[in-house]
Design a binder for this molecule. Structure first.
Ligand code: ATP
Ligand code: MG
Length: 305
């Protein structure tokens, strides 16, 4: 039986740029194969210059492959119907700095030919969703980097897209805002959307993405389900409550008797993110939770709003 059709499929996807006086080629992407399926959160990770943005530009039809091909729902990324089903947050958004956040979103909503009422509803819902409701009346030139990023994020969701493509969505955001973006991505997934995201901040992606591609120098280094990539099958992690540390020796002897070796038994540590969120009075769930936070200070994302 055949599985679901991929939302995105790339085969031998390559991109070279020619730069400088001698037009030396730069191989930004070399023969990349991947497929993204409906409802997945799929990530591209890799160091600076590894080809993440190039891949997303090819996916959005903003650049043409030098070789190979990429298809969205089996069609060209430049197909008008395909474009209507995709929302994109570029690495750098060019926002009209003289407009307020609300005006800018309304302006972009007009480009989608939304009616006045739907436009107003959608813009207000998105302003709350990205935590900008209080600053919606201020001009964008006064926004911090993180606030401007949120406008870009709201813009990417204006047309209620089936596929959301986010290039470094947490760039410039503080840990609380980063957490909210992660929650938003989880909400998008829960609403049945497909999300493709890039980042070089690995901790941002680990808890939210289903599958990922690791790029380096434009080449695919690893690909797979996060759970498979991160699981060490030859080790078992026990979390024990109420055991006196003195009894650890007995545990070691037991484990050794079964052919194993107790490698380490440190007391558990919080993450720096958890300590930060506690310190600023944010009482969410554990930072690595797969679920969105129920009680963020800003309005909980609700992408069906
Ligand atoms: N327009 C261009 N002209 C020439 N070279 C380019 C162009 N765009 C990208 N490159 C080169 O392609 C390679 C991949 O760049 P890309 O922007 O895709 O990397 P990235 O993984 O998104 O990096 P970052 O984490 O810094 O955003 C780099 O070597 C870059 O210099
Ligand atoms: Mg990039």
């Amino acid at each position: 039986m055949s599985g679901p059709l991929p939302v995105v499929e790339a085969r031998g996807l390559s991109k070279s740029y020619r730069t400088g006086f001698w037009k030396e080629p730069i191989h930004a992407l070399v023969a990349l194969d991947f497929a993204v399926f409906p409802g997945e959160v799929f990530a591209f990770v890799g160091p600076n210059g590894s080809g993440k943005t190039t891949t997303l530009k090819l996916l959005m039809g903003l650049a043409r492959p030098s070789a190979g091909q990429i298809r969205l729902w089996g069609r060209s990324p430049t197909d008008v119907d395909v474009r209507a089903r995709v929302g994109f947050l570029p690495e750098e958004s060019y926002l009209p700095r003289f407009m307020t956040g609300r005006e800018a979103l309304d302006f972009y909503a007009r480009l989608y030919r939304m009616g006045k009422r739907l436009r107003a509803e959608r813009v207000e819902a998105l302003l709350s969703q990205v935590g900008l409701a209080d600053a919606a009346q201020r001009p964008i030139r006064e926004y911090s980097k993180g606030m401007a990023r949120r406008v870009g994020l709201a813009q990417a969701l204006l047309n209620d897209p089936e596929l959301v493509v986010l290039d470094e969505p947490t760039s410039g955001l503080d840990p609380l805002a980063t957490r909210e973006v992660k929650d938003l991505i989880v909400c998008l997934k829960q609403a049945g959307k497909t999300v493709i995201v890039s980042s070089h901040l690995l901790s941002d992606l680990e808890s939210i993405c289903d599958r990922l591609v690791i790029l380096a120098g434009g080449c695919l280094k690893r690909q797979g389900a996060v759970v498979d990539l991160l699981t060490e099958t030859h080790r078992t992690l026990l979390e024990i409550e109420g055991l006196a540390r003195a009894d650890l020796e007995a545990l070691k002897t037991f484990v050794a008797g079964r052919g194993g070796r107790l490698v380490d038994a440190p007391p558990p540590r919080k993450t720096l993110e958890a300590v930060f969120l506690e310190a600023i009075g944010h009482t969410g769930e554990t930072p690595n939770s797969q679920q969105p936070t129920a009680n963020t200070k800003r309005q909980t994302p609700n992408i069906n709003a």
